[in-house]
Design a protein around this ligand. Structure first.
Ligand SMILES: [Zn+2]
Length: 372
């Protein structure tokens, strides 16, 4: 057996830990809703002349999901949708999520509308389910509690993290303010005063930069892994303000804090630099892998530049269409196999090291970071 086939066989078989994912659609959805869920950056319907299918993601679905629905690869879009309807949403979700080969699902439960629960995901797909606590949701509970916001935030965070399924936190500060912030400590009195103002204004969506920093620093103090949405997301965020280099003041202060930079595209090189620079920083290129499709090999190769191999994680960041849960895994497996085969063929890596690093990224790094 040659080096190439052995690496690919290993990547086909290795169980992955999806360290950042959301629920899947298991109830029927309209074709319009399904297609809307395949566009990450736009927040509105596409013009009538455009199609989400004419994208790298659309082509990847037809290439890699169609065979799991008993169609030929590259089946046309109408045939794909008709077969989906024929099988039913639940069966499609079961087939696609189970084929991802996922051993553990770390589910962001911050936004759960229209998708299955973590327990339902694991029951349908196999593997175990765990939860990631959204700090902005903790803030919204704390502001509603009345009294000292700082105390209420810490109490609610401790309560959520004490639940047996909780393994870490996530912040979407990227969406609320971006990272160009004063990251210095926020005193309880300052947080309480800002929260009073926020409560008077309705207390709905936390977007005060100092309150966001307060929550992030509480999570760091709690010592749990903290995920940051970084880079690629919908157009509500200022992408240029989500370069992870803007986190450097916080990281210098907390170089060992267990942090996972999610998605990172198009800042995967900056994320790799930070992963090398700070003991606690980890990164993934999930979400972007699905959206760049046939170009994900190149993205995966860039993620294997500066970042130490024990700092790279696998995620799908799938949300909604179960095609995304499958593709995150399939594209990662195929892209990683291609990249590592190239390193071995050029004599830069041994085949044994290639298989070992693949297993680190697939699962072992996440098991260590989240203490699974
Ligand atoms: Zn996500």
């Amino acid at each position: 057996m040659g080096a190439a086939s052995s690496i690919r066989e290993h990547l086909d078989a290795v169980a992955v830990v999806d360290h950042h994912v959301h629920g899947a659609f298991v109830e029927p959805v309209s074709r319009a809703r399904f297609e809307f869920a395949l566009n990450e950056a736009s927040t509105v319907d596409l013009p009538a002349w455009d199609s989400v299918w004419d994208t790298q993601l659309g082509f990847a679905i037809r290439a890699r999901c169609a065979p799991l629905l008993d169609l030929e690869p590259h089946a046309d879009v109408d045939a794909y949708w008709a077969r989906r309807e024929e099988l039913g949403a639940a069966e499609v979700a079961r087939r696609l999520t189970a084929a991802s080969g996922t051993d553990a699902w770390l589910v962001d439960v911050g936004f759960t509308e229209g998708v299955c629960t973590p327990e339902e995901l694991a029951a349908m797909a196999g593997g175990s389910s765990h939860e990631i606590v959204r700090l902005e949701q903790v803030a919204e509970v704390a502001v509603a509690a009345g009294g000292s916001y700082a105390e209420a935030f810490r109490a609610e965070l401790a309560r959520r993290l004490a639940e047996p399924q909780a393994v870490g936190c996530k912040t979407i500060v990227a969406y609320r303010t971006g990272f160009v912030l004063d990251w210095s400590a926020v005193a309880d009195a300052e947080a309480d005063a800002l929260a009073d103002r926020w409560r008077d204004a309705g207390g709905l969506r936390v977007d005060d930069p100092r309150l966001l920093v307060f929550g992030i620093r509480c999570a760091i103090d709690a010592g749990v892994p903290l995920q940051f949405h970084v880079g690629f997301g919908d157009r509500d965020e200022r992408l240029d303000h989500t370069n992870p280099m803007h986190l450097i003041d916080l990281l210098r202060e907390h170089p060992d804090a267990p942090i996972a930079l999610l998605h990172c595209y198009p800042f995967e090189r900056e994320a790799g630099y930070l992963a090398q620079g700070f003991a606690g920083v980890h990164m993934d290129v999930g979400l972007a892998i699905n959206y760049v499709g046939a170009r994900s090999r190149s993205l995966i190769a860039r993620s294997l530049e500066l970042a130490p191999f024990r700092k790279i994680l696998y995620s799908s960041d799938a949300y909604g269409p179960p095609e995304l849960h499958l593709l995150g895994s399939r594209l990662w497996r195929d892209g990683t196999a291609s990249v590592l085969e190239g390193f071995v063929a050029d004599g830069d890596w041994s085949e044994r090291d290639a298989r070992r690093v693949a297993t680190l990224i697939a699962a072992d790094n996440a098991r260590r970071l989240y203490r699974l």
